[in-house]
Design a protein around this ligand. Structure first.
Ligand code: C5P
Length: 235
């Protein structure tokens, strides 16, 4: 069986992708399947952790022994994560959170006009959602618990390669471990295999895993977290 190196640890994992409603029948969403986050939760439970999975719209069965809290929107995800993070040893933000939501929710279905000559389409105004991960880091203050893990989907662009973009994101978010996904050329969404780079602020070199099964990626993530939990904070 799996090593019980997370026995007695309380961990919270977010997974899936948020949906931001426009009206009762429509939403803005994303392609996250939730597979990677569910694998992270499943592997933690197999290694002995008490696991809470905050699941945003993932169409996947609850992993064995994992308590699932379903959410829909970024604001619901923020509330569930903030509550669950209090007293947790580890928080993993694997969910794809919408950066924006519609500024207004129409409580009746938005209709097209049938007037002759009324070709106008509505303009949807968006507002920023909070950065949940950055907020969890902020709430932790000067303490070193929970250990906080972020994910980043990077394609590499004119401003830099995947690793340097991920290094900058790690610094900006202030988390303890960043799992950077290579996406774009081959989409990781919905796939079972993934190539990731594991970055820590206290380590110059990234550790690359894959292309590998999402379970293997999850195991590598927990190896890093076990190491971080055993490392005394730098004064
Ligand atoms: O900035 P970016 O969206 O690339 O960062 C990805 C990481 O930040 C993921 O861990 C994701 O769960 C988290 N995130 C968040 N709140 C947002 C956007 C992203 O917690 N509004």
């Amino acid at each position: 069986g799996a090593p019980q190196d997370l026995a007695g640890r309380s961990v919270v994992v977010s997974a899936g992708g948020t949906r931001e409603p426009l009206d009762p029948v429509r939403f803005l969403g994303n392609r996250s399947s939730g597979k990677q986050g569910y694998a992270v939760a499943r592997v933690a439970a197999a290694r002995g952790a008490v696991v809470r999975l905050v699941s945003a719209n993932a169409d996947l069965p609850a992993p064995d022994g994992v308590q699932v809290t379903p959410v829909e929107t970024a604001l619901e995800l923020q509330q569930a994560m903030t509550e669950a993070a209090a007293g947790a040893d580890v928080v993993v933000m694997a969910a794809a959170v919408a950066d924006f939501r519609p500024a207004v929710y129409q409580d009746a279905k938005i209709k097209k006009s049938h007037e002759p000559g009324a070709e106008q389409a509505p303009v949807v105004e968006l507002v920023r959602n909070p950065d949940i991960l950055a907020g969890l880091v902020r709430d932790r203050g000067e303490g070193d618990r929970p250990v906080i893990v972020g994910f980043a989907a990077e394609t590499g662009d004119a401003t830099g390669d995947v690793l340097s973009l991920a290094r900058a994101k790690l610094a900006r978010k202030g988390c303890d471990l960043l799992v950077a996904n290579e996406v774009g050329r081959s989409l990781a969404f919905g796939q079972d295999e993934n190539t990731v780079h594991l970055l820590r602020p206290d380590r110059e070199e990234a550790r690359t895993v894959g292309p590998a099964d999402k379970e293997v990626v999850a195991a590598a993530l927990w190896d890093e977290v076990v190491n971080l939990l055993a490392t005394p904070p730098t004064p």
